[in-house]
Design a protein around this ligand. Structure first.
Ligand code: NDP
Ligand code: 13P
Length: 335
């Protein structure tokens, strides 16, 4: 790749991958946006917009889309992975067959690896022991970023130079990027809040009111923090953009697919009907299953996650789940 800006491969041409590709191309970088299916990737290139996920937002110059992974990642200064969490491991494997030792790799995916329950930096590290790794996370609806609306985000890496470089690629007059060295906390905040957004959507859909929503957000933050600390995350991270920020965003605004899943379930739709209506990835469904198991193995109490799991996977009705939460034994709020 050549040109004044950096050459960046963005892997994953859904709503968030496309929005980040647009942002980075607007910032003057040469972007190769990889979509895994040939025809949709060719359509992006032909239409110069993503009509399916972000209609009406034109691609800037410098953004090229392709389904040729080798072409996208060869010579890239940064590989930014933005596929759903269930596809993360397979994309790591595909990258490794082309580039066994990339210099720099980051992701904006929010979730755990299914089955293994590994955090995504563990998945990437196992495949690429010598590569600089970073995660991009925070309160960021794709549509608002693509429209250039004011946004702030966190980039975490154990190599601060990498986080700083990545934040520099992303930042502009309407997009502020902070750096962090807490890879674990930033990932847990971004992934676990998807479960709380489903809970908040259900609560609002059942007209449980503003008190219930505020309680879910606050107690949701408490359980996310408990898990994050048990995994080695830093307390302050959970009070920041990738923790509280993303939690508030997705629990309170209907742009959140996870919140809309909760609203749809409260309406009485089945998971499949709700998925079809939303038509995009709803990470909180897998996250409820995976974080419940993760919490169990670490002996961490995550009562809201437990109830969301029971609603989704055991058919418990949402009203009974709330009752179960409210009738838990009395305990101090903190500690
Ligand atoms: N949208 C948002 O506002 C934000 C999303 N995120 C996170 O970004 C990640 C991606 O989600 P998002 O873009 O929103 O999801 P979308 O549903 O908008 O798009 C998902 C994309 O991933 C593609 N995909 C599915 N399976 C594979 C695979 N095996 N290999 C490669 N690509 C695949 C889909 O292709 P196809 O259509 O062909 O199935 C589609 O292009 C998630 O972890 C999400 O939590 C984070 C912050 C904001
Ligand atoms: O992670 C997101 C915003 O930060 C997107 O949330 P949803 O997946 O719920 O739409």
């Amino acid at each position: 790749m050549s040109g004044e800006g950096a050459g960046i491969a963005v892997l994953g041409a859904g709503s968030w991958g496309t929005a980040l590709a647009i942002l980075l191309a607007r910032n003057g970088h040469e972007i190769r946006l990889w979509g895994h299916e040939p025809e949709p990737a060719a359509a992006l290139q032909r239409d110069r917009e993503n009509r399916h996920f972000l209609p009406g937002i034109p691609f800037p110059e410098g953004l090229t889309s392709s389904s040729d992974l080798a072409w996208c990642i060869t010579d890239a200064e940064e590989i930014l992975v933005v596929v759903p969490s269930h596809a993360f491991g397979s994309v790591m494997q595909q990258i490794s067959t082309i580039a066994p030792n990339p210099a720099s790799l980051s992701w904006a995916t929010k979730g755990l690896e299914p089955e293994s329950l590994r955090l995504l930096h563990e998945v990437a590290r196992a495949r690429f022991p010598d590569t600089d790794l970073a995660v991009v996370s925070g309160p960021t609806f794709a549509l608002e970023v693509a429209k250039g609306m004011p946004t702030a985000i966190t980039v975490a890496s154990s190599n601060l130079q990498h986080a700083t470089r990545m934040a520099g690629y992303l930042r502009n007059d309407t997009f502020r990027a902070y750096t962090s060295d807490d890879l674990v906390g930033v990932q847990i905040g971004g992934a676990a809040k998807n479960v709380m957004a489903i809970a908040a959507g259900m609560s609002d859909g059942l007209n449980f009111g503003a008190n219930a929503r505020a309680a879910l957000i606050t107690r949701g933050l408490a359980e996310i923090t408990r898990l994050g600390l048990a995994l080695g995350g830093q307390h302050d991270t959970f009070m920041g953009l990738a923790g509280l920020g993303d939690l508030v965003l997705t629990c309170t605004d209907n742009l959140s697919r996870n919140r809309r899943m909760g609203l749809a379930l409260a309406e009485g739709l089945s998971i499949e009907e709700a998925r079809e209506r939303i038509g995009q990835e709803v990470e909180g469904l897998a996250a409820a299953r995976d974080f419940r198991r993760k919490a169990e193995t670490l002996n961490v109490d995550m009562p809201i996650t437990e109830q969301v799991y029971r609603i989704i996977y055991e058919g418990v009705d949402p009203a009974s789940a709330v009752k179960a939460l409210l009738s838990r034994e009395q305990k101090p709020e903190v500690g």
